[in-house]
Write a protein of this length. Structure first.
Length: 673
């Protein structure tokens, strides 16, 4: 126990056993800092020992290991190696220093676990965390827990910076697992996470969980590449481990790689990526010899099945040579590729040197490959292949191609290719389902061609099924859909579509955009297109050839009576006014609304016209010599027996049944009766 503790200038602490019994443990507890600089801590079980190694435990605020310093827990006798635990409240840093857990050649026992816990963890400049077995026993597991970040960076002179667990040489056992959990992980400049088997036993699994981002960036040097890998070497007798990555986003750049291989006897492991937001593979190494990729491979010396690559994310992009590959160069089928994106997928083949196309590949190679191509399944809202972007399952040897199944609302090929081809056997099947729009431009290709070796190229063309939506091409851009064969039967093409534009079925290929299912020396396949028949004239009404007399459409009640032509009403429309274009159309909100004329209105107008005519017949003045009496000003009024008001020129005698009122009475407020 101390405030701080350091080992320098070759100083060391050793706990070992060479006889019967366990070695002691080493514990360092410091409130502040523990550092090893050209200093070592050992826990050993020697060859003659029968017993277990002791544990090495370090507790501090921060821990550093530099300039070749090391912590080693090993067993060479009969017993397990001790574990190594480093627990720091702040940071753990290894810069050109190592932590080892070994099962040596003479040992019978398991390697000890390595556990790192900190806020931040960094490994740089050739530093290593290594767990291995070369004897009879399993290598230990490596576990890293860092709340904030894990940073791995390779050496400036091509030194390997590794976190690794392996079964080597004559070792019999299982390689340890590597488990990393943090907020963000960065692997750069040739740093590597590795599990492998070169002996008898399977490689360990690699599990990475990051709450935020994982970045895997290539090297500035052409000699090394940043790598996450699990597999078997040529001498290995066991399956490769699985690689499982979970994060918010994953970025693989500048030729970095995620790899699951089988170069020995045993299947390759699987690569499983779950990213809530994005996954991207972009770019090549500086020399252009390697590209950013996820690869599952059965090597030339491998005997076993390829592992699958499975990606679930929001969006996926493969650009500047980025690739997903399952390959068989040995004895075994290539693995499957499964992609599920809730938003969009983009494969863009534009590259700096044109060496690597971007895309998803499941291939059996020409040299040594014995097996079938794997299946590719892709689901997305939108899927775009541009500039040589590819989805291909191809068999270049004596085997069948795999199948391709794509489900996307919009599938856009602009110089892109989807193919399931073989050299000598049957082409794979392609199913494009739930596709609302299939757009093909600029020499795009969908093909299940068989027998590309031509002479001696047997095999039938695969089937193509396209469902539901529209198919759009440009006639002269030579974008083809083909299920052709050389010696065998052409494949079948079945299309259910709402409409096809710019392409059509043809017996043989032409420079135009074609749909073909031919065979050069065999029987052609069938092409069935289910296109709903639409009659353009359906619902149309034939217009009359004669002009309609509009006067016959005027209701006879419009005049509302009248005995002469002059009494007839008129109905005039200038423009539409408040009327819609047709009875079934809604009224325009800007239209001028006009009240309708009613029968009562027409009668009132008639009375007004009669009164106006009578007024016009009244002379403007009375002739001087006429018999008519001069017009006098009314001096009063009276009621007759009918109750009518009669104006009178002068008051006269009033009958008992009448009342007369003079204008003077009106002025004085009237009289009482």
């Amino acid at each position: 126990f101390a405030d701080s503790f350091s080992l320098t200038n070759g100083a060391s602490i050793i706990a070992s056993t060479a006889g019967e019994g366990n070695a002691g443990s080493v514990t360092v507890n410091a409130r502040d800092r523990v550092s090893l600089d050209v200093g070592d801590i050992f826990s050993n079980v020697r060859e003659t020992a029968v017993g277990n190694g002791g544990a090495i435990r370090i507790f501090a605020d921060s821990f550093s290991l530099t300039n070749g310093a090391s912590i080693i827990a090993s067993t060479a006798g009969e017993g397990n190696a001790g574990s190594v635990t480093v627990n720091a409240r702040d940071r753990v840093s290894l810069d050109f220093g190592d932590i080892f857990s070994n099962v040596r050649e003479t040992a019978v026992g398991n390697g000890g676990a390595i556990r790192i816990t900190a806020n931040t963890f960094s490994l740089s400049n050739g530093a290593n965390l290594l767990s291995s077995t070369i004897g009879q026993g399993n290598a230990g597991n490596i576990t890293i827990r860092a709340d904030r970040s894990v940073f791995l960076r390779g050496g400036n002179q091509g030194l390997f910076t590794d976190i690794s667990s392996a079964v080597n040489g004559i070792g019999r056992g299982r390689a340890g697992d590597i488990d990393v959990a943090t907020d963000s992980l960065s692997i750069a400049n040739g740093a590597r996470l590795l599990t492998s088997t070169g002996g008898q036993g399977r490689a360990g699994d690699i599990t990475i969980n990051a709450r935020n981002q994982i970045s895997l960036d290539g090297s500035d040097s052409d000699r090394v590449r940043s790598l996450i890998s699990s597999g078997s070497t040529e001498a290995g007798r066991g399956r490769g481990g699985d690689i499982q990555i979970t994060a918010d986003s994953l970025s693989v750049t500048r030729g970095a790689q995620i790899s699951a291989t089988a170069d020995g006897r045993g299947r390759a492991g699987n690569i499983i990526i779950n990213a809530r937001d994005t996954v991207s593979f972009d770019g090549e190494t500086p020399d252009g010899q390697q590209t950013s990729s996820a690869v599952s491979t059965v090597g030339t010396t491998g005997v076993g099945q390829g592992g699958r690559i499975q990606i679930r994310t929001g969006s996926l992009s493969l650009t500047d040579g980025g690739q997903l590959q399952t390959l068989s160069q040995g004895q075994g089928n290539a693995g499957n590729i499964i992609i599920d994106a809730s938003e969009n997928i983009t494969f863009d083949g534009t590259t700096s040197n044109g060496r690597f196309p971007s895309g998803a590949f499941s291939n059996v190679e020409t040299i040594g490959g014995v097996g079938n191509g794997g299946t590719i399944r892709i689901a997305a809202d939108s899927f775009t292949l541009t500039n040589r972007g590819l989805v291909t399952t191809r068999n270049s040897n004596q085997g069948n191609a795999g199948n391709i199944d794509i489900r996307a609302d919009n599938l856009i090929l602009n110089g892109g290719t989807i193919n399931a081809q073989t050299v000598a056997r049957n082409g794979g099947n392609i199913a494009l389902q739930d596709v609302d729009l299939l757009l093909m431009r600029n020499d795009s290709l969908i093909s299940t061609e068989a027998g590309t070796a031509q002479q001696g190229g047997g095999g039938n063309g695969g089937d193509i099924t396209i469902g539901d939506g529209f198919i759009v091409t440009v006639p002269l851009e030579n974008s083809d859909i083909e299920a052709n064969a050389f010696d065998g039967r052409g494949g079948n093409i079945q299309i259910a579509t709402q409409g096809i534009f710019g392409t059509q079925f043809r017996e043989t290929q032409t420079p135009a955009s074609d749909i073909t299912a031919s065979s050069r020396f065999g029987v052609s396949g069938t092409v069935q297109i289910n296109n709903p028949v639409v009659d353009p004239s359906q619902g149309l009404v034939e217009l009359p050839s004669t002009i309609i007399d509009a006067s016959n459409l005027i209701a006879q009640t419009c005049p509302a009576g009248g005995s002469t032509t002059n009494d007839l009403s008129e109905f005039v429309i200038t423009g539409r006014g408040g009327l819609p274009p047709s009875p079934s159309d809604p009224q325009d909100e800007d239209a001028v609304l006009t009240d309708w004329a009613t029968l009562e209105d027409s009668q009132e107008l008639r009375r007004e016209r009669q009164l106006a005519n009578e007024i016009e017949r009244i002379p403007e003045e009375i002739p001087e010599n006429g018999n008519s009496e001069a017009i006098l000003e009314a001096q009063g009024w009276q009621l007759n027996e009918n109750g009518d008001v009669i104006l009178i020129a002068q008051t006269s005698s009033i009958s008992p049944d009448s009342v007369a009122i003079s204008s003077r009475d009106c002025a004085l407020g009237g009289t009482e009766r």
